[in-house]
Design a protein around this ligand. Structure first.
Ligand SMILES: NC(=O)C1=CN([C@@H]2O[C@H](COP(=O)(O)OP(=O)(O)OC[C@H]3O[C@@H](n4cnc5c(N)ncnc54)[C@H](OP(=O)(O)O)[C@@H]3O)[C@@H](O)[C@H]2O)C=CC1
Ligand SMILES: CC(C)CCC[C@@H](C)[C@H]1CC[C@H]2[C@@H]3C(=O)C=C4C[C@@H](O)CC[C@]4(C)[C@H]3CC[C@]12C
Length: 276
C-alpha cells in the first residue's frame, strides 16, 4: 500500500522548459518517454547508436511540441561516450534538470553460455556508463536540484532464468544507486534518484526475445514510459510497473522466496527455447 497509494498530483505543465537527457531513446520505452516529454514542452537531448532512428524521433518530438530537441549518437560500450553526452548538454543548455538512464546493450535470452567477456562488455554498457553519466552530470543536477531516473527491471530485484548476465547488471544498478541515494540525503544533496522496476513490456526487442517462451501478456510501452517520467519528476524512490505484477513479486521475494522461484520457473515454456 505504501508504494502504490496515490502519489502527489502530477501536472504536465510542471515539466515545461525542463532540460532532459534520455538515453536509449531511438526505440522502445526510451522513444516513448521522448514523445511524452516533447508533449510536455521540455528541452530534449536524445542518445543511442543509430543516427537514422534518432533523427526521426527528434523530428517527431519537434512536431509534438518539444521546446527543443537534438540528438547525439554513439555507443555506451565506449567508456568515453557518457561524458561526451553530458558535455553536449552543458554546452547547449548550461545546465540539466533530469537525467534518464534507460539504454541497454544487446543480450540473448538463453542459458548462460560461460561467456565472461560478454558480461564484462554488458557491465560497461548497462552499469558503468550509468555511473559515468551520473558522475559527469552531478554538478549540473546539484545546481538545478534535479533528478536521476534509472530504468531497471524485475530481473534486477529477483533472479530469473535465461537472463543471468543482464540480471547481474541490473542488480548492480540497485546496489550503486540505492547507496548513492543514502549519501545524497546524508550530505544534503537535493538530487532525487528514482529506480524503475519494470516487468515485461511490449517493446519490439523484448517481444522478439521472449514471446515464444513467456505466456504472459506484456504491458504497454506508452503507459510505462509515462509512469517513468511521472515517478522521476515526483522524485519517487522506486517505481513498480506494472504495479500488481512487480509489487507481488517483490513482496514474495522476501516472504516466500521458494514459492516465487517456482512460479517464475513455471511461467516459462522451456521447450520453446533453442539451446545455442
Ligand atoms: N521491454 C521489457 O520487457 C523490459 C525493459 N526493461 C528496461 O527498459 C529499458 C528499455 O528497454 P526497451 O525499450 O525494451 O529496449 P529497446 O531494445 O527497445 O531499446 C534499447 C535502446 O538502447 C539503445 N542501445 C542499444 N545498445 C546501445 C549501446 N551500445 N550504446 C548506446 N545505446 C544503445 C538502442 O538504440 P541503438 O540500437 O540505436 O543504439 C535503443 O534506443 C532498459 O533499461 C530495459 O532493461 C526492463 C524490464 C522489462
Ligand atoms: C512473477 C514472474 C512471473 C515474473 C517474471 C518476470 C520476467 C518474465 C520478466 C521481467 C523482466 C524481463 C526481462 C527484462 O527486464 C528485459 C529484457 C531485455 C530484452 O531485450 C529481452 C527480454 C528481457 C530479458 C526480459 C525477459 C523477461 C523478464 C525477465
Amino acid at each position: 500500500f505504501y508504494f502504490y497509494s496515490a502519489p502527489p498530483s502530477f501536472k504536465e505543465e510542471m515539466l515545461r522548459g525542463k532540460r532532459v537527457i534520455v538515453t536509449g531513446a531511438s526505440s522502445g520505452i526510451g522513444e516513448q518517454m521522448a514523445y511524452h516529454l516533447a508533449r510536455m514542452e521540455t528541452h530534449l537531448l536524445l542518445t543511442a547508436r543509430t543516427e537514422a532512428k534518432l533523427q526521426k524521433v527528434v523530428e517527431q518530438c519537434l512536431e509534438l511540441g518539444a521546446a527543443s530537441a537534438r540528438y547525439i549518437s554513439g555507443s555506451m560500450e565506449d567508456p568515453s561516450f557518457p561524458e561526451v553526452v553530458v558535455r553536449e548538454a552543458e554546452n547547449t543548455w548550461g545546465g540539466l534538470d533530469m537525467l534518464i538512464l534507460n539504454h541497454i546493450g544487446h543480450s540473448t535470452f538463453n542459458y548462460f553460455d560461460g561467456n565472461v567477456g560478454h558480461i564484462r562488455k554488458l557491465l560497461e554498457t548497462n552499469f558503468l556508463s550509468y555511473v559515468a553519466m551520473t558522475t559527469s552530470a552531478l554538478p549540473m543536477l546539484k545546481e538545478s536540484e534535479g533528478s536521476i531516473v534509472v530504468v531497471s527491471s524485475l530481473a534486477g530485484k529477483v533472479g530469473s532464468p535465461f537472463a543471468a548476465s543482464y540480471s547481474a547488471t541490473k542488480f548492480a544498478l540497485d546496489g550503486f544507486f540505492s547507496s548513492l541515494r543514502h549519501e545524497f540525503i546524508m550530505d544534503k544533496v537535493n538530487v532525487s534518484i528514482t529506480l524503475c522496476i519494470l516487468g515485461y513490456i511490449n517493446t519490439e526487442s523484448a517481444v522478439r526475445a521472449i514471446s515464444h517462451v513467456i505466456r504472459d501478456k506484456p504491458a504497454p510501452k506508452e503507459e510505462c514510459a509515462l509512469e517513468i517520467v511521472k515517478a522521476g519528476f515526483l522524485r519517487q524512490r522506486e517505481l513498480h510497473y506494472p504495479p500488481w505484477v512487480v509489487g507481488t513479486a517483490v513482496l514474495l521475494r522476501d516472504i516466500a522466496p521458494e514459492f516465487l522461484d517456482s512460479s517464475i520457473r513455471s511461467s516459462y515454456r522451456v521447450e520453446n527455447l533453442k539451446r545455442t
